[in-house]
Design a protein around this ligand. Structure first.
Ligand code: IPM
Ligand code: MN
Length: 376
């Protein structure tokens, strides 16, 4: 028998605690139906509470400890909430959120995938009925770009202050990211069949799948042009996939105006960050938006699975968080560790629960129970 795959459950802060409890319950229910071949440990770090007790977000050897796992499932980091708690222990974002960036960079998780599909029953914020067809996958560069954290401040606090924030784009990271976007587009095309959907494409009129490249090459030509050139080179390897290019500002407009015309979207770290909050709303809100950080080329390091949402201190501790994003994130994790059938069962259960309870106000508990019932 194969070794069980090891999962670290990291609830983190705020609503992370509540949605992780939901994920663990659902994992248990899935495992009872058909053994998943997984073992999972609860980790108290990274978290603001760990910081309160130990003076740091996670142990000094955390990056080594996590390597014992195949996947890290994380709730949320940041303000521990609830806001009503006057004694809550608050940290600057640069401290409380740093483990996220440490994991992404330190474990080589260079692709962040954020699927945005509007499930029936989910809130549809756009009036145009075609917005019900939103089904895109935003792939965000996760290792460099605007997030390299290099720069500094000179003459701090004076009228002469200068702040610099360096952006770094390498051909290596650009090529692997864009190639991965085309691979995903091909998989999506195979899954839905060539005739199922058509996208407008700059090069071939219409195609059954598309990759849209996002840049701001009109104002930031150095990396924008390199991305554009690499995109053209790699597109040539995927003749069946249509290509498209949008400047990030125009992409924001079109995400609202005609989001159903997007399929796979590939963007830099910061552009991807911004576009995926927008894409989350197109798929029903942050309560429904899954996310994962992976190295598509290697399983040597654990991948990190965390919903797009944060710790939501405004509703933390009240049982009001929607665990659906966490559950859909758990499904992505199950796919990653080789439990594709369980992942699909979970996705269908979340979809069924949503479709049968549309418009109702529900607690974290209600959704968890509904999804578990839908598994059976
Ligand atoms: C996200 C978050 C993070 C990011 C923050 C918390 C650093 O917004 O995962 O989208 O910007 O990547
Ligand atoms: Mn974000």
């Amino acid at each position: 028998m194969a070794e069980p795959r090891r999962i670290a459950l990291m609830p983190g802060d705020g609503i992370g605690q509540e949605v992780m409890a939901a994920a663990a319950e659902v994992l248990q229910a899935l495992d009872k139906q058909t053994p998943l071949g997984l073992t999972w440990d609860w980790l108290e770090w990274p978290s603001t509470d760990w910081h309160r007790r130990h003076g740091e977000m996670m142990p000094a050897d955390a990056m080594t400890q996590v390597q014992a796992y195949d996947a890290l499932l994380m709730g949320a980091l940041g303000d521990p909430g609830p806001l009503s708690d006057a004694n809550r222990y608050c940290l600057p974002d640069s401290v409380s959120l740093s483990p996220l960036l440490q994991f992404r960079k330190g474990l080589g998780l260079w692709a962040c995938e954020r699927p945005a599909r509007l499930l029936p029953g989910a809130p549809q914020y756009l009036a145009d009925e075609r917005a019900a067809e939103v089904d895109m996958l935003v792939i965000r560069e996760n290792s460099e770009g605007e997030y390299v954290n290099q720069g500094g401040r000179l003459h701090r606090g004076t009228a002469d202050e200068v702040a610099t924030q360096l952006e770094v784009f390498t051909r290596r990271a650009t090529e692997r990211l864009i190639r991965h976007a085309f691979v995903r587009a091909r998989e999506r095309l195979e899954a839905r069949g060539a005739d199922a959907r058509h996208f407008h494409c700059a090069d071939k009129g219409r195609a059954g799948a598309q990759v849209c490249l996002i840049t701001k090459r009109n104002a930031q030509p150095y990396w924008g042009d390199m991305y554009t050139e690499v995109f053209a080179e790699i597109a040539a390897e995927f003749p069946e996939i249509g290509v498209h290019h949008e400047l990030v500002d125009a992409a924001c407009m079109k995400f609202v105006q005609c989001p159903w015309t997007f399929d796979v979207v590939v963007a830099s770290n910061l552009h991807g960050d911004i576009l995926t909050d927008l894409a989350a709303v197109l798929s029903g809100g942050l309560g429904l938006a899954p996310s994962c950080n992976i190295n598509p080329d290697s399983r040597a390091m654990p991948a990190l699975f965390e919903p797009t949402h944060g710790s939501a201190p405004d509703i933390a501790g009240q049982g009001l968080a929607n665990p659906a994003a966490m559950l859909l994130t758990t499904a992505l994790m199950l796919d990653w560790v080789g439990c594709a059938q369980a992942a699909e069962r979970l996705r269908q259960a979340v979809a069924k629960d949503l479709a049968t309870t549309a418009g109702q106000r529900r607690t974290c508990r209600d959704v968890t129970a509904g999804v578990i019932a839908a598994l059976h």
